[in-house]
Design a protein around this ligand. Structure first.
Ligand SMILES: NC(=O)C1=CN([C@@H]2O[C@H](COP(=O)(O)OP(=O)(O)OC[C@H]3O[C@@H](n4cnc5c(N)ncnc54)[C@H](OP(=O)(O)O)[C@@H]3O)[C@@H](O)[C@H]2O)C=CC1
Ligand SMILES: O=C1OC[C@@H](O)[C@H](O)[C@H]1O
Length: 396
């Protein structure tokens, strides 16, 4: 009896294991191809951009430290953390020459002369305070996404950028990968004729256990009560997910205006429809995230389609394309696929190169696109009742 139980479990178990290996194998292969060639500090350019890091965070490793290690023209000179021991061990571990720890550490880092630019990879609620402090201390800023919590905060950042003539560069890392750039380029192929009236679909869904639990309770008719702290966290989480959808859409279509015509929240999954004003056209896009769905555990895609000319374009995994991505183009019924890994560089490595270049050029306005993104997300959050104003309304 026991043996038959083991045998009957073994088959499905092995099948599951094989399926898991099958799906992670391409990811392992790809990660192995990310080159690890380091440029030692003594070999960096004399005028390399000197970056100071606020917060000994996990994300700073990928976004700045490992990316700078591979570049000739960027150098990490200092790190600051709220605890002395953490600052010290982080600096030692990553060969960062200077560190500051304790309550005044962030301010001390901003006062350093060997820091040209600051990386703000703090929780989003602290971005405004430390970005303004960095600008006022005379530093350019590489600011983690989402740059700000609201359009109101975005306005304050833009105002201080203009006053100080310093750059704030939102870390929209996906934009700088060749796959995203190719998507944007293909959007304009054939002039305006084919993609002029395309409509868009952008999705970022990720299985989210707390949301899933709440949605199960909701389905069972059990009341789901969220404390005000839960709601605050939920709003930041939603903001984060919307940010990827909205940013990719606005950037890749070159939109300079976005009107939210409809947004609704269905239990814990959310969708929104945007009407975009583009340079030569007006189009609509549907954005969605399904955080509580087993059927759609992970999707990070943008699609553009024109039914009348049977043309469509789709980029899968635009968020972390260096791990895996796929760009499909269907034209006159014919499908072609592209994968653009280059030498395997991460989105963060590409981004750091663009940041370096933006500082060199002193380009300010072009990179303040976070204002439109923040305004658009505000509208969606407001319409779904998760924004500042706790009302649910259909904006049609
Ligand atoms: N581009 C990407 O792929 C990703 C980007 N992000 C973005 O990075 C930013 C940081 O994200 P997240 O992972 O949530 O941040 P963490 O919780 O990891 O915090 C980052 C750092 O902030 C510092 N910090 C300062 N004050 C506080 C505080 N009151 N509470 C907590 N930490 C504090 C801490 O540094 P210390 O104690 O050393 O001073 C900490 O290491 C967000 O804007 C997020 O959206 C996040 C993940 C991935
Ligand atoms: O930037 C991010 O990328 C990965 C996601 O898991 C995370 O929510 C987000 O902050």
């Amino acid at each position: 009896m026991r043996l038959s139980l083991v045998v009957s479990c073994l088959g499905p178990g092995l099948a599951l294991l094989a399926a898991a290996l099958w799906s992670i194998w391409p990811v392992i292969l790809r990660l192995r191809r990310i080159p690890q060639v380091l440029v030692y500090p003594e070999n960096k350019d004399k005028d390399a951009l000197r970056i100071g890091i606020l917060g000994a965070s996990f994300i700073a490793r990928a976004a700045v430290i490992h990316a700078a290690d591979k570049r000739q023209d960027v150098l990490v000179t200092a790190v600051a953390a709220r605890s002395e021991s953490k600052a010290k061990s982080y600096a030692q571990q990553h060969r960062i020459p200077a560190f500051h720890g304790g309550a005044t550490a962030y301010r001390e880092l901003l006062a350093r002369e060997d820091v040209d630019a600051v990386y703000v990879g703090l929780p989003t609620a602290l971005h405004l305070e430390w970005t303004l402090a960095a600008l006022n201390a005379g530093k350019h800023v590489l600011l983690e996404k989402p740059a700000v919590l609201s359009a109101e905060e975005a306005h304050q950042v833009v105002k201080t950028m203009r006053e100080t003539q310093l750059l704030v560069f939102e870390a929209a890392h996906h934009r700088y990968h060749p796959a995203a750039r190719r998507f944007k380029q293909l959007m304009t192929f054939g002039g305006d004729s084919e993609m002029a009236s395309a409509s868009f679909d952008v999705r970022f869904s990720m299985l989210d256990p707390p949301s899933l639990l709440n949605s199960i309770k909701d389905t069972l008719g059990l009341s789901v009560s969220l404390s005000s702290e839960d709601r605050r966290r939920e709003r930041i989480k939603n903001l984060d997910r919307w940010w990827y959808c909205v940013d990719m859409l606005l950037w890749s279509t070159g939109a300079y205006e976005a009107e939210v015509v409809f947004a609704k929240e269905e239990r814990f999954s959310i969708s929104a429809t945007l009407k975009l004003q583009l340079p030569n056209r007006s189009t609509t896009a549907t954005l969605s995230m399904a955080r509580d769905s087993w059927r759609d555990p992970f999707t990070w895609s943008i699609s553009a389609g024109n039914r009348s000319s049977e043309t469509s374009l789709r980029l899968q995994n635009f968020g972390f394309p260096f791990i895996w991505h796929r760009l499909d183009l269907i034209r006159n019924g014919q499908q072609t696929s592209e994968q653009l890994y280059g030498a395997g560089e991460t989105t963060f490595e590409h981004q750091l190169g663009y940041f370096r270049e933006a500082v060199r050029r002193g380009s300010l306005d072009k990179d303040a696109s976070f204002l439109l993104t923040a305004q658009t997300i505000d509208l969606i959050l407001e319409a779904t009742g998760t924004g500042q104003f706790s009302i649910t309304r259909d904006l049609t």
